[in-house]
Design a binder for this molecule. Structure first.
Ligand code: FES
Length: 121
């Protein structure tokens, strides 16, 4: 019994935060993303459709635009002035829009849900 509890605790410590991406058709993909990566980097590593990340995360292209689940918006750090300015270039941006490259994955974001557009262009 003691070994089982220790093993479960170890599993919990080693599990990476899970991010769910919902595509334009409503298909959900939940992937684990290492802490410290951005949501954009996690998407690219898992071949999530709808996120391009053309500038590599420099907040210079807006091709990582996502819509954050409204329930999660208050739990994210606020967008910087640069991110807010870049979001004006994104199609169909709204109050739930963020650039995925500017969202760093932390344990607190385990369960984050974002929607991806059909295309970034
Ligand atoms: Fe270019 Fe996010 S990857 S702005």
């Amino acid at each position: 019994m003691r070994i089982s509890i220790a093993s479960e605790a170890n599993d919990m410590e080693q599990r990476m935060p899970r991010i769910t991406f919902v595509d334009h058709k409503g298909e959900r993909r939940t992937v684990e993303v290492a802490e410290g990566l951005s949501v954009m980097e996690g998407a690219l590593r898992h071949n999530i459709p709808g996120i391009d990340g053309d500038c590599g995360g420099a907040c210079a292209c807006a091709t990582c635009h996502v819509h954050v689940d409204p329930a999660w918006m208050p739990r994210l750090p606020p967008a910087s002035e640069l991110e807010t300015a870049m979001l004006t270039l994104a199609d169909e941006a709204d109050e739930f829009s963020r650039l995925a490259c500017q969202i760093k994955v932390t344990p607190e974001l385990d369960g984050l849900v974002v929607s991806t557009p059909e295309s970034q262009y």
